[in-house]
Design a binder for this molecule. Structure first.
Ligand code: SAM
Length: 218
């Protein structure tokens, strides 16, 4: 008999809730809705529902589910809001975002063409309408701005200016920010007026580096 992925997904979701990472019904439902086993590479599929980061090829990783849950709860997204994700990777987080805000509300940008292709293919195969763009996400994506939320899944030395310019008043940026390439603090920045921001520092984290003109050098 094959593995019961639905049971594994439910068990992990229950654990994430029990541990206090999942706190809202919206994010919990998204975790129950997205088949993580269809996004991760075949050689690590058996670990799809372990709470660990997994390699997705090209030296990149997908974050542990608990870290993703923390970010999505922090984003406090509403249905219909527009989201720019930086770092498509395998497309799993973009699928969660699409579950929450709905079809055609998420654009995700990835600098590595091979991963953009992988993410795009995984999202389409699972029926998610997300636009995947190849490019340097440190510049944001002006053509669909402004966004209610910019969410970065790679670690930056500071919040890139274009993200701030492309966020609506009332919107937020969720990003791992740190002075080292591999260790960061999760930062939430809220745009309270055209010129004012409120910042909150959250959990320590370890994302792959954000590489680009307003990020780290290659
Ligand atoms: N969200 C992804 C997922 O669900 O699989 C995980 C992304 S992985 C932690 C970070 C990704 O950010 C990598 O795929 C990496 O290539 C990408 N990245 C790094 N710098 C970038 C940049 N300047 N613009 C766009 N993507 C970038």
């Amino acid at each position: 008999m094959g593995r019961d992925w639905d049971r594994d997904r439910k068990e992990l979701t229950d654990k994430l809730q029990g541990w206090g990472y999942l706190t809202s019904p919206t994010v919990r439902d998204a975790f129950l809705g997205v088949p993580r086993e269809r996004f991760v590479p075949e050689d690590v599929r058996r670990s799809a529902y372990d709470d660990v980061p997994l390699p997705i090829g090209f030296g990149q990783t997908i974050s542990a589910p608990s870290m993703i849950a923390i970010m999505l709860e922090e984003a406090a997204l509403l249905r219909g809001e527009s989201v720019l994700e930086i770092g498509t990777g395998c497309g799993y987080n973009a699928a969660l975002l699409a579950e929450i805000v709905g079809p055609d509300r998420v654009v995700s940008i990835e600098r590595l063409p091979e991963l953009a292709d992988l993410g795009r293919a995984n999202l389409a195969a699972c029926g998610y309408r997300v636009e995947v763009v190849i490019g340097d996400g440190t510049k944001g994506h002006a053509s669909r701005a402004p966004y209610d939320c910019v969410i970065a899944t790679a670690g930056a030395p500071r919040i890139p200016k274009p993200w701030m310019e492309q966020t609506k008043v009332g919107g937020r940026i969720i990003a791992p920010i740190g002075r080292s390439r591999l260790n960061q603090t999760l930062v939430t920045a809220r745009k309270t007026s055209d010129s004012k921001w409120e910042y909150k520092e959250g959990t320590p984290c370890a994302f792959v580096p954000l590489i680009g003109s307003e990020g780290w050098r290659d």
